[in-house]
Structure formats: structure tokens, C-alpha cells
Design a protein around this ligand. Structure first.
Ligand code: ADP
Ligand code: MG
Length: 314
């Protein structure tokens, strides 16, 4: 069955980013709750048609670690609409401030790492897809504690159309040194981004920012300065650092796993498949789901807080 704009009832706005706006909607014929992403695009209609064609590969991406895709269409000549599985705990950037203290528990970080590596390995092995935009807002969690990836780069035309709108769109602090330098980059680039994300979720604040800064730098100077730091400075680490909340050092295996992800030279950095094949001590047991129960209880708690907040804002 094809998706049609008139079958979707708006429930609430979930957020917006560089590329578009996401809402929670009800698909009336199927009674399914979906996340609807609207992307404003100025390109010619041939390009738009090409984008829709390229997005079709998403129908074939079936994995428990990847957000399910329901379809895409062009609306009002200038918007592309994408419908996907709705995740009712939201993205990790929205979950972090709901934690008290704002740090992910170790068992959640373990299951999260295993899920991301599995999702990345699936995308690359089965579809030759590199994610290209791993960051907390592109990893979602549901109320049973499943982690799923969304917003990966499947459509070259879509990426081009977005990049043309603003040179700095798509630039982020999660980008690997090789990518910033314009070198060839591959799946290992996603491993770098994951490492950076793990630091952020473990310590409770973004990595490359100075004390007190909350958001990524705006404007060319701030961004250029950030990019040259990523390329020139030693990789970020949690090793020998003290948590500002617990006043304790971070878990040794977590620190060592992050170090393995944040190897600056990508020829020495492992790929997602390699990290799964020769599992690091930090991941021990994750392939057998030993942390699933703990994460599920935690996700239930998050879901409760999430719900209470959502009702307040209405
Ligand atoms: P960004 O990822 O840069 O924040 P997006 O436009 O991709 O921007 O998404 C906006 C927000 O919508 C995200 O931060 C996330 O919280 C929310 N979101 C996106 N997709 C979903 C989804 N499938 N289920 C629930 N929330 C989602
Ligand atoms: Mg996103």
C-alpha cells in the first residue's frame, strides 16, 4: 500500500534539525503511529524523483537495529516526506537530560554499543551503506530498550541537495579526522562518531565544547576552529578522568573501548565488523543479551518521565 498525505493525522511535533522537521503522526488506514520527516527541497522535479527512487532501498533495510521505513513521497512540489517507525523514548540526546545524574548507566552503554555496531555491520555488509551521521539524535530507543539507527546516507541526491543549501550543513563535531581532511572515508568513520557519542553519554556533556558551552559553535569561525582541533589535537578520552557527578573514575573497560573507537589514524582503527568479531571486554555478554533486562527496566523508567513531560507540554 502507498502512503498518502491525506491518510496521516498530525499528533505532535517531535523536533527539527538541519534537514527538516519530524512529527509523530497516525496513519489512519493501518492505525500505526509513525514518525514523519518533512524535508524542504528546492531542487528540480527530476532530482526529487531521483531522491524518492534512491530512498527505496530503505524498504530492504530490515534489521532490529535499524528504524523501519514505511515510505516516502513528494508533497507540494518542494517537500520530501519520509515516514518511519516511531520510537517512543525518543533520541538519545533527548533521553540524556532525563537521566539523574545526566549519564547513561554502564549496562545501557554496553547494549547501545553492541546495537550500533550490529546496525552498522548490517548496513555495510548487506547494502554497502555507510551511516555518515552517527550522533545522539540519530539513535532512538523504545520502551523495551531497543536501540535503533536512523537518518543514514542512502540517497546521494538528497545529500547533495541538502549540502548545496548551506556549506556548513552536515558539518558536525562527530565527524572523523579523515573525513574533515577530505580523505577517503568508510565505515570506520562511523566508529569514530560512535566513540565520541559514548563519551558524551557517559560523562553527560558534549565532547569538543569548552566548559559551559551547550551547543555546537555557530558560524564559520567557530566551526573551522572546531574542525582544526579534531584534526590536530589528540583524541578525546575518559581515561584518568573523574565524573563530575559521581566523583569517581569511569569504568576501565569503557575507557579502553572508547580509546579503540577514537584512534585518529583510520588505517589503525577497527571497523564495526572487526569490533564485533574480536569483541572487546567491554562488550562481553552483549551478544547474548545479558544486559537486556537491566536496559528494559531503565527504558521503562525513561518512558514514564518522557510521558509525564510530554503531557506537561500540551
Ligand atoms: P536531528 O537528528 O539533527 O536532531 P532530525 O530532523 O533528523 O534532526 O530529527 C529531529 C528530532 O526528531 C530528533 O532529534 C529526534 O528527537 C526526533 N525523531 C526523529 N526521528 C524519530 C523517530 N523515528 N521516532 C521518534 N523521534 C524521532
Ligand atoms: Mg536526525
Amino acid at each position: 500500500s502507498k502512503l498518502d498525505e491525506k491518510d496521516l493525522v498530525m499528533l505532535k511535533k517531535l523536533g527539527s534539525g538541519n534537514s527538516g522537521t519530524v512529527s509523530k503522526v497516525l496513519h489512519v488506514p493501518s492505525q500505526k503511529t509513525m514518525a514523519k520527516k518533512v524535508i524542504l527541497i528546492d531542487s528540480k522535479s527530476v532530482i526529487q524523483t531521483q531522491i524518492i527512487r534512491e530512498l527505496r532501498i530503505l524498504h530492504e533495510c530490515r534489521s532490529p537495529y535499524i528504524i523501519e521505513f514505511f515510505g516516502a513521497y513528494i508533497n507540494n512540489y518542494n517537500t520530501i516526506v519520509l515516514c518511519m517507525e516511531y520510537c517512543n523514548c525518543g533520541s538519545l540526546d533527548k533521553i540524556l537530560p532525563l537521566c539523574d545524574p545526566p549519564q547513561f548507566p554502564l549496562y545501557a552503554l554496553k547494549k547501545l554499543s553492541y546495537s550500533i555496531l550490529s546496525g552498522l555491520t548490517y548496513l555495510h555488509a548487506k547494502h554497502k551503506i555507510i551511516h555518515r551521521d552517527i550522533k545522539p539524535s540519530n539513535v532512538l530507543m523504545n520502551h523495551v530498550g531497543d536501540f535503533k539507527l536512523c537518518d543514514f546516507g542512502v540517497s546521494r541526491e538528497l545529500t547533495n541537495s541538502l549540502a548545496m543549501a548551506d556549506t556548513f550543513v552536515g558539518t558536525s563535531m562527530y565527524m572523523s579526522p579523515e573525513r574533515i581532511q577530505g580523505l577517503n572515508y568508510g565505515v570506520k568513520s562511523d566508529v569514530w562518531s560512535m566513540g565520541l557519542m559514548l563519551i558524551e553519554l557517559a560523562k553527560g556533556s558534549p565532547v569538543w565544547l569548552e566548559e559551559g558551552e551547550e551547543e555546537s559553535p555557530q558560524g564559520p569561525e567557530g566551526i573551522l576552529d572546531l574542525l582544526q582541533r579534531i584534526v590536530n589535537e589528540p583524541p578525546p578520552t575518559l581515561t584518568n578522568k573523574i565524573s563530575p557527578y559521581t566523583k569517581k573514575p569511569y569504568d576501565r573497560q569503557l575507557c579502553s573501548f572508547i580509546e579503540a573507537c577514537l584512534v585518529k589514524d583510520d588505517s589503525l582503527r577497527k571497523s564495526p565488523a572487526e569490533l564485533l568479531e574480536e569483541p572487546h571486554g567491554f562488550l562481553a555478554g552483549t551478544n547474548m543479551g545479558v544486559y537486556d533486562k537491566d536496559v528494559k527496566i531503565w527504558a521503562k523508567k525513561i518512558r514514564k518521565i518522557h510521558k509525564a513531560k510530554g503531557e506537561n507540554s500540551h
